[in-house]
Design a protein around this ligand. Structure first.
Ligand SMILES: Cc1cc2nc3c(=O)[nH]c(=O)nc-3n(C[C@H](O)[C@H](O)[C@H](O)COP(=O)(O)OP(=O)(O)OC[C@H]3O[C@@H](n4cnc5c(N)ncnc54)[C@H](O)[C@@H]3O)c2cc1C
Length: 471
């Protein structure tokens, strides 16, 4: 193997994006991936039965569709096709009805009764402002091109999701719909900044859709790898890097690795003060994930849920907040908030004829060993009686298995670290992508802008490396 200019450790979307940016600049790049398959949090596999294609981690790719960097790549040429289901979100309630979010703000608002105008004001306004604020939201802290628009957004985003929902909407159904969207951020809804998740993800539902790639998440990774290879880069799977000392010489090393595992492989190169700072980085709640092979669609009592890519299974805002507060406080929730995706409803390539797949997870205390399968299935039965009878096979991933699949998710924390006030903007330290060691960078979702398949952490880390080292 010829000596590379840069080595990227980890082939998640951020690692591959970083590698592509460097390869575009003419650098020779090698990516080393610990796992036998490439893609980190963006992979698919037959986890249950032959012919059932499940997403091992990410399933819904609004952040990829909205990514300023990924948008510049010829992904369609490599086979990426976005499917935009009729509804981005279905949120069923105990009375058999559901609230839904669809691409159109107007149509979504029309289904929200007395919150119609409030929803239109909030999300109609954000959709209009998105071209001004989108790239700031999906990037590190820097002077914005549109400071006034960003400040107006920031004032709302800074609030707790609970405060925002109760202050803005009057119907508990709309509050629950917003709260569940905000709860994707893996921080309880009483905390400041959680409104930001609800606003950003809610706006993306209208701007780009909560899209899913035809064929599964792996198709996105495969396209990134194909593009990287076309630029001369290479990816080596099944190659865990245990220490930086194992690597061939290179001008730059970019680690798509969160601070916990980063310290293990690079700690001896770092000054003690930086090691300590990284050691104080906080991981949050874990997830307990389940994939199902089904012999028929999920029998939602609220029919609209069948047309939603994502279904938020939790009921009222109070139920949702109880579940999230419990998991945060260290108790496995009795009635968890279940985030469920049903890709085969919109993509027949995901399951044999007439059969279906479903993917779901709930938040649990970090590293929890409680078996959440019965509680997750009970929650789905609550809104889709008869669900269990349709199950052909299951694959279960408790937090320890999530971490075993990907060292970045310490304790099963799929956010690669808590996104709260102290870690949102300067993650994992105020240096963000840089370290005190020349040529050594971090580029995982533990750097800005954080969780999600968008590649922007990799993009910005690689830009930093080019700026530092190219001169
Ligand atoms: C269950 C689950 C559901 C999710 N759902 C969604 C979703 O629907 N939509 C969404 O946008 N996001 C979702 N996410 C989050 C998303 O997957 C991540 O935010 C994203 O993948 C982060 O990308 P990354 O490149 O930073 O790191 P990762 O994708 O985590 O990749 C890091 C890679 O580095 C490798 N690695 C680590 N240490 C080493 C080492 N020492 N040597 C070599 N390789 C190493 C790992 O094996 C891994 O392949 C989900 C995640 C999980 C786990």
């Amino acid at each position: 193997m010829a000596e590379p200019d840069a080595i990227v450790i980890g082939s998640g979307p951020n690692g591959l994006s970083a590698a592509i940016v460097l390869a575009q600049a003419g650098w020779k790049v090698t990516v080393f991936e610990a796992q036998p398959t490439i893609g980190g949090g963006c992979r698919s596999a037959e986890l249950t039965l032959p012919g059932f294609v499940h997403d091992v981690c990410s399933a819904v790719h609004a952040t990829a569709a909205a990514s300023p960097f990924l948008k510049t790549l010829p992904l369609a040429q490599y086979g990426v096709q976005w499917i935009d289901p009729p509804f981005a979100i279905g949120h069923p309630f105990d009375d058999g009805t559901a609230a839904v979010v669809e691409r159109s703000v107007e149509k979504t608002a029309a289904g929200l009764g007395r919150d119609r105008d409030a929803y239109r004001r909030v999300f109609g306004g954000l959709v209009d402002e998105w071209p001004k604020i989108g790239s700031s939201v999906l990037g590190p802290l820097r002077w914005p091109e549109h400071p006034l628009a960003l400040a107006a957004f920031g004032l709302r985003a800074f609030r707790s999701a609970e405060g925002f929902a109760k202050g803005t909407f009057s119907d508990d159904r709309t509050r629950a719909l917003f709260g569940a969207t905000a709860a994707h951020g893996l921080v309880p809804l009483r905390h400041l900044l959680t409104a930001g998740f609800g606003l950003v993800l809610g706006t993306m539902a209208h701007v780009v859709g909560w899209v899913i790639p035809r064929g599964g998440a792996q198709t996105l990774t495969d396209a990134l790898v194909a593009h990287l290879r076309s630029l001369g880069g290479e990816v080596v799977a099944n190659h865990p890097v245990r220490s930086l000392d194992e690597l061939p010489p290179a001008r730059a090393i970019l680690c798509d690795v969160s601070p916990g595992p980063f310290l293990k492989i690079a700690g001896d190169r770092l000054p003690a003060s930086f090691r300590q700072r990284l050691g104080r980085y906080r991981y949050g709640m874990g997830v307990f994930k389940v994939d199902w092979a089904l012999d028929a669609p999920i029998p939602w009592r609220a029919a609209a849920c069948a047309d939603a890519s994502t279904v938020h299974v939790c009921g009222s805002l109070a139920d949702l907040m109880r579940a999230e507060d419990d998991a945060w406080a260290g108790a496995a929730p009795e009635r968890p908030f279940v985030l469920l995706v049903q890709p085969s409803m919109f993509d027949s390539s995901r399951a044999p004829n007439g059969k279906h797949t479903a993917w779901a997870y709930c938040h649990v205390p970090a590293g929890s060993t409680v078996d959440m399968l019965p509680r997750i299935e009970a929650q789905i039965e609550r809104f889709a009686p008869g669900f269990r009878e349709r199950v052909l096979a299951r694959s279960v991933m408790p937090p320890a298995v999530v971490e075993a699949h990907n060292a970045n998710y310490v304790g099963g924390d799929i956010g690669s670290g808590i996104f709260d006030l102290s870690q949102a903007f300067t993650r994992p330290t105020w240096r963000t992508y840089s370290t005190p060691v020349r040529g050594l960078y971090m580029c995982s979702a533990a750097t800005p802008p954080g969780v999600g398949v968008h590649g922007m952490c990799g993009y910005f880390a690689a830009q930093r490396a080019l700026a530092d080292l190219h001169a």
